[in-house]
Design a binder for this molecule. Structure first.
Ligand SMILES: Nc1ncnc2c1ncn2[C@@H]1O[C@H](COP(=O)(O)OP(=O)(O)O)[C@@H](O)[C@H]1O
Ligand SMILES: [Mg+2]
Length: 300
């Protein structure tokens, strides 16, 4: 009898713990990504706070992680939303230790912003405009004075190396708040990231499917499909770079199983990825729009 022996949580935790980011982050650094990278460096040198602005999945977070790795700096980040509170950024007291030892540095668990300020690292406020003005206000003092007040402990000054980067989806997307005027006035370098041009996007898809050797004409069709979702007036939220990567991976697996690449297999993969990857305008079904686009390009 084959009995599956379950490993304990402790064993599994030890085995899969990530102490620090050891793997080299692989990124296609050309065109807009190179420009954005250089602008981040210029912003840091001139001590101005930058913000990357672009639709979901365009590579904002990846670029920041890569930037931190290249500069060998500690990197902290928080993806914000309407339930993000100042405590998630600056930290708070551990109740068990605070009961024993009182409110002191011993019982304080710093948040990612405070860690980055003390260690002289980078802090990425990811999707800044999804947070409320209440949470956004936490950044005013660090950006203006390079200091922050920790309740009951006092005020700390940031290490000279501390640098904050922000990212946001364009404001017209639903589900976002506005960036408060006070904070907007302290963010000085606005860096747009759009869907990349064709040759860069194809390089990104290839780089993210290293194990498969997708034929050029298949890649071309994948690009045509995702590109069309970005032009179609029935589509409100088009396919991201991630969607293109997913289609390529699924299609190459289909090809391996079938022994050959075919439009039918690519159509199958595209339908299953686009189904939930795009959002159609009100009154139109996403499935119908994606099927229409796929058929017009692949014929099936
Ligand atoms: N320049 C790039 N080089 C390589 N892969 C990229 C690049 N830009 C985006 N990607 C791919 O797209 C995915 C989404 O990027 P991400 O940084 O999470 O987007 P965003 O933060 O804008 O939503 C990444 O995980 C990566 O696979
Ligand atoms: Mg992101």
């Amino acid at each position: 009898m084959n009995i599956l022996k379950k490993k304990s949580f402790k064993e599994l935790f030890k085995k899969y713990s990530v102490i620090e980011e050891k793997t080299e982050i692989d990124i296609v650094l050309e065109d807009q990504y190179k420009k954005a990278y250089e602008l981040l460096e210029d912003a840091e040198t001139s001590q101005l706070t930058p913000i990357l602005v672009g639709p979901p999945g365009v590579g904002k977070t990846l670029l920041c992680r890569y930037y931190a790795q290249k500069h060998k700096k500690p990197f902290y980040w928080l993806t914000m939303d309407e339930s993000t509170k100042p405590v998630h950024l600056i930290g708070g007291f551990d109740p068990a230790i605070a009961i024993k030892e009182g409110f002191s540095v011993n019982s304080y668990v710093p948040g990612p912003l405070v860690n980055a300020m003390l260690e002289g690292g980078y802090f990425l406020a990811n999707e800044l405009n999804r947070s409320t003005e209440y949470a956004q206000n936490t950044f005013l003092e660090p950006l203006e004075e390079r200091s922050i007040y920790i309740p009951r402990l006092g005020r700390i000054k940031a290490n000279d190396e501390f640098f904050m980067i922000c990212s946001m989806n364009p404001a017209e997307l639903s589900g976002t708040h506005r960036i408060s005027e006070a904070l907007k006035d302290r963010i000085k370098v606005w860096i747009p990231l759009k869907y990349p041009n064709k040759s860069t996007e194809l390089k990104i898809i290839r780089a993210n499917c290293p194990e498969s050797d997708i034929p050029e004409d298949m890649l071309e069709s994948i690009y045509q499909i995702i590109h069309r979702t970005r032009l179609d007036s029935d589509v409100e939220q088009p396919a991201s770079i991630r969607a293109g990567i997913a289609i390529a991976r699924l299609a190459s697996l289909q090809a391996k199983k079938n022994g050959e690449y075919s439009n039918r297999a690519l159509s199958f993969a595209s339908k299953h990825v686009l189904f939930g990857s795009i959002k159609a305008r009100p009154g139109v079904r996403s499935e119908d729009v994606s099927n229409k686009i796929i058929k017009s390009i692949l014929g099936v």
